[in-house]
Design a binder for this molecule. Structure first.
Ligand code: AVJ
Length: 320
């Protein structure tokens, strides 16, 4: 029988994000259990993701950084300098300074849903770029969002690095790219990073590293559920899986039950049989034509693109 005693006081329940609660309870009860990837990124999850970006198997971060270092001068030559750089989901982005040094914008507008991270990284950047007007905006960039009045008359260069677009299914990715176009306005440019389709022998280890950091990143979601949603999931009864879904050209992260398990979350019971999985993240990969089509479908014209010599990762510059 379930033990409800921990929820009687209600203190833990009241601190939980209601959207997290709703997504977890509905997601685990669905015919194909899945939890949206955004919930992987609590404080600990964000730290673990930072650690992933340093792993030998995880090529995207270092490949994209090298592309930015090699080509941001050309981006500045095409998109212009002195205007506004608008970064979507800035988080703790270590790549931003590379772009800012090349483009030398008058203003930098980082947009993020997480206000804490946003202010921390905005303060750090403002200290490193004394002449730059740093104007953080807290909000959900999935919808068109109002930019600060100070940048109203400037041309905008949107920046969306990290292959974050790959988290979204194509339909939602197109909605997002269109929303960005509405946010940035006429004559805007967008610089976006997209991960390429490549051999599974490279793709799978990038999401299932030998040191087990990605496994810990994935399993942290269960720990977060236990801590924030009054759960008793036996975390040891699940294992991390990274699967290449070729039909959908994406890496999927799952948490697979290695034995039959039952647990409760906020007093609600769940049962998983051995081999059942919880789908926790998608990371879509795009071939050269796929990448351009995605942008074109959202109304962007592709001006220029750059990839590394092994065609592992691409940067695309698009024009509204
Ligand atoms: C932050 C979404 C770009 O898909 O490569 C890395 C997330 N998940 N390892 C990616 C991630 C597991 C990452 N993105």
């Amino acid at each position: 029988t379930a033990d409800y005693s921990d929820s009687i006081g209600g203190a833990e329940a009241s601190t939980a994000d209601p959207a997290f609660r709703a997504d977890v309870l509905a997601g685990l009860a669905a015919p194909i259990p899945a939890i949206p990837a955004r919930w992987l990124y609590d404080r600990r999850g964000s730290e673990l993701f930072e650690a992933i970006t340093d792993l030998p198997e995880y090529y995207p971060t270092r490949t994209e950084r090298a592309l930015l270092e090699a080509h941001c001068g050309e981006v500045a030559a095409i998109a212009g300098t002195g205007d506004a750089v608008v970064e979507f989901g800035s988080g703790s982005s270590a790549k931003t300074p590379i772009l800012l040094r090349a483009v030398e914008p008058g203003a930098y507008v980082p947009i993020d849903i997480s206000g804490d991270f946003l202010r921390e990284s905005a303060d750090a950047l403002a200290a490193d770029f004394p002449g730059l007007d740093v104007l953080p905006v807290e909000g959900d960039f999935m919808r068109p969002i109002a930019l600060p009045d100070a940048v109203a008359d400037m041309c905008k260069l949107g920046f969306f690095p990290g292959s974050t677009i790959g988290n979204l299914v194509p339909r939602t990715a197109v909605d997002l790219l269109r929303a960005m176009r509405d946010t940035l306005g006429t004559n805007a440019y967008l610089l976006i990073g997209m991960d390429r389709i490549k051999d599974v022998t490279i793709l799978v280890p990038a999401y299932d590293d030998a040191a087990g950091v990605t496994a810990e990143f994935n399993l942290n979601l269960l720990r977060r559920i236990n801590a924030e949603l009054n759960g008793n999931i036996p975390v040891e009864a699940f294992r991390h899986r990274a699967i290449w879904n070729d039909a959908k050209a994406r890496i999927e992260m799952h948490l697979e039950a290695i034995e039959d398990v039952e647990f409760t979350i906020e007093g609600q019971r769940f049962a998983f049989a051995r081999g059942d999985t919880i789908h926790t993240e998608n990371s879509h990969k795009y071939g050269p034509r796929d990448a351009r089509l995605l942008l074109h479908a959202a109304g962007w014209a592709v001006t220029k693109e750059w990839a590394d010599a092994d065609d592992q990762f691409a940067l695309l510059l698009a024009h509204a």
